[in-house]
Design a protein around this ligand. Sequence first.
Ligand SMILES: [Zn+2]
Length: 467
Amino acid sequence: MKRILGIRLITDFHDDTSWLMSSMLRKRIGSIEIHFLGGFDGVGGNLILLEGKRDKVVLDFGIQFSKLRRYYTWPIRTPTGIEELIDLGIAPNIRDLYACWDKEGNLAKQRDTNIQAIFISHYHLDHCYLLPQANRNITIYMGKTTKIFFDYYKKIKRRERKGLWRPDNLDQCIRTFRSYQEIECGEFKVTPIHVDHSSPGSYGFIVESKDATIAYTGDFRFHGPKKELTSDFIQACKERGIDLLITEGTNFFDVSSVSEEGVKNQLYEVVSKSEGLILASFGMKDIDRFRSYYEVAMKNDRGLLMSYKHLLLLKELKEKDEKLRSTIPDLKSDMITAYYRSIDKRLLNELREYNLICVREDLSKYIDRRKIITSFVEILQEISLRKVPPDSIAIFSESEPIDEESQIEFEKIVNWLEHLAIPSYRIHCSGHIYPFQLRSVVKEIKQKELEVIHSNYPLVLRKYLLS
Ligand SMILES: [Zn+2]
């Protein structure tokens, strides 16, 4: 492994970096010491601690899934708690970041801390997985949409309280923000500015102290339907003057430069020429992708069949997010049906005005119809038991990162599709900015210093960006 001076002491991550797992990378800008505690050695797991003279703030609170996968397989082997993740070097060993629990797993007295706040850029788990483990003496700031996602998971997992998922009393720590709201945190002022990403309600942050200004992009892109949001972030950076830009750098090799509009066009092309069932798979938090599928379904006179969890999430967003409301279609229309295998009575009651079917009893007639089944992977075996119409196809439109709920090995799905003689397509665009666009962003912001995180190739990407 190469060693390079200063903060750039790591090479790109083609070889073993286990020695780095528990190390911290530091950098100083004015009076701010920046600790890259996560996200510096691969895609995801962002966790950046900014330390001033008295106060500290944290940007994102994620976990890198490639590290989790070394030790865990859902659902049979999952983390038992935060101590285990610290022991394994997956979560940084900064004790006052975390909640204290007693032997029964209840909240104990929390540590005193000078960490003023944790800011969550968006609700992708590689940016917020550790949230339920946050020290209850720390204020947690998140966008309103992120809070809706969090509340949704609390609703879905109401009876679940194990491993890391222990959201007890977390609500009282959470404050929500909207773009441009200036938030004072001791010696820091933090301003969230919206960006476009594959999850709605994504933000970058500008952090100002008396002698330094740092911008952090979170995850962002320029090829989604809301690229003007990303332009607003860049404009705010230019106006303030940035000493250090911390950018994501997910895309470097093998980048396909398709836009969400391009995805929709490709979907239309394939769906309009297929007579049978469409088995689709995409991340349910990706509302842009849902809209692309919805519009293609409309144009082809097809209905959508989705999981009840997906329907419930869309319902929550439509009811509670005034900005997203108009982008989500009427979920009670005949065009949308949701399936369940088993469902909590409370949720069944909540969804009683929507079109719901039980997979065991009613799936056959929905397979016979002209449908697009979203999240088909969950009911692939049930589908295989029915007579699948000829000229059925599968489309993978996964949005990265893959979270724990969708970690079913791709190969096994392909084997089932082979068994059913169903060909598959991959029609997708990244939730992350393309290198040529990021290069323009860097040139435009004119930051004094640049760091790339959330990347498998941070060094070469940085070299390219600054060339
Ligand atoms: Zn993301």
